[in-house]
Design a protein around this ligand. Structure first.
Ligand code: ZN
Length: 131
């Protein structure tokens, strides 16, 4: 045994931890952790996700905070979650429509030309663009 702490010790040191956010990438977890820290809320970053991975850790991260700090953290977490949702919307550079979708099978030359990006098509005006 290298870890002398029992589960009871752990729970005594970290009373009433509740999850503030799930399924963050590592970069998102660090960003939210720092935003909470600015508000003097210390969060615990843990992995979560598919338990079937060979090394036991998930590929996603979650942030745990103390229950008594949940009210103070709520506004920060909600603003953070809203920011994540906004990033997922790709707007058309010509008409500004948010009705855009990745082109499912770009032509061969398009795959070369837009390598490293995703080719989108606007449902409003038909414009194709890389994002
Ligand atoms: Zn458009």
């Amino acid at each position: 045994m290298t870890d002398g702490k029992s589960k009871a010790d752990y729970e005594k040191n970290y009373p009433m931890l509740i999850p503030a956010a799930y399924y963050l990438t590592y970069a998102e977890a660090v960003r939210l952790y720092n935003e909470l820290l600015d508000a003097e809320i210390s969060a615990l970053v843990k992995t979560c996700g598919p338990p079937s991975f060979p090394f036991g850790d998930g590929i996603w991260y979650q942030l745990l905070i103390e229950e008594e700090e949940a009210d103070a953290a709520r506004a920060i977490v909600e603003a953070f979650e809203a920011g994540r949702a906004v990033v997922a919307i790709v707007r058309c550079p010509r008409c500004g429509s948010a009705g855009t979708e990745p082109v499912p099978r770009p032509a061969f030359w398009q795959r070369l030309y837009y390598a490293g990006t995703t080719l989108y098509q606007c449902a409003g005006c038909g414009r194709k663009f890389a994002a």
